[in-house]
Design a protein. Structure first.
Length: 242
């Protein structure tokens, strides 16, 4: 499996606090069946060099201890009107240097500013991968935003924890609607530690196999994430609109 969203880089945000914590997260991910993980620390206005430096150190540590986890660069970028320009300038990172930036927003809004940010990114040649849209209150209240963002050309990453009900009933219901209606592009861990919000994807894979058509788990956890990190086109299937 390929995990597109993780906070495993030590000391950069509210994820792994040190190298030991990052090591335990990596080992747990591998035991659950993850072979590739994209590092996506929270970023706003820059930090590309800092992320790449921390990634080099973590790669070296995992290699020295024989942890067979491939790590790719990335960020979870808080979307602002400056985001597209900062990406173009190389101050922010896409997922594995692809056309796909992972974009998050605030949890309470009306969607207007968020839509404008996504439009700017698309005009600049990017395909935004919207991080955990199921957790945004305004998306739960007005899911037609998902229709709009999909028609614009966005992709959607939903959280393991949302599908498992870890963030409450609203995010859980919306996550399953996104997956069941064909909007979800990928499921990722959004891991922050080895003891809570973990990088273990084995349980959600089994849940997807039970609840959705047999091929859904492979597309959400393997095929679409592979296409993203390889900078390939995503399937253009027609979802069941809200």
């Amino acid at each position: 499996m390929i995990d597109l969203h993780s906070h495993i880089l030590p000391g950069l945000d509210d994820g792994a606090r040190d190298m030991n914590a990052a090591f335990h997260m990596a080992a747990l991910a591998v035991r659950s069946g993850v072979g590739t993980m994209v590092v996506t620390p929270h970023c706003l206005h820059g930090g590309a060099m800092e992320v790449r430096s921390a990634l080099t150190r973590l790669r070296r540590t995992l290699h020295n201890f024989g942890i067979p986890l491939r790590l790719c660069e990335g960020m979870e970028i808080f979307g602002t009107p400056e985001t597209a320009a900062l990406l173009k300038a190389g101050k922010l990172l896409t997922l594995n240097r692809s056309r796909y930036p992972l974009i998050e927003f605030g949890f309470e809004s009306d969607g207007t500013g968020e839509t404008a940010v996504l439009e700017d990114l698309i005009r600049a040649g990017y395909t935004p991968l919207v991080a955990h849209p199921e957790r945004y209150q305004y998306v739960q209240e007005d899911p037609e935003l998902i229709n709009l963002w999909k028609k614009m050309g966005c992709a959607f990453q939903i959280n393991r924890g949302s599908l498992l009900g870890r963030f409450g009933e609203g995010p859980r219901t919306m996550a399953w609607e996104l997956a069941g209606r064909g909007f979800a592009t990928a499921v990722a861990s959004d891991a922050h530690a080895a003891t809570f919000r973990t990088p273990w994807l084995g349980d959600v894979r089994e849940l997807l196999l039970e609840a959705l058509p047999p091929t859904a788990a492979a597309w959400l956890l393997e095929e679409n994430p592979r296409r993203i990190i390889n900078n390939e086109e995503l399937p253009s299937g027609e979802p069941e609109w809200f």
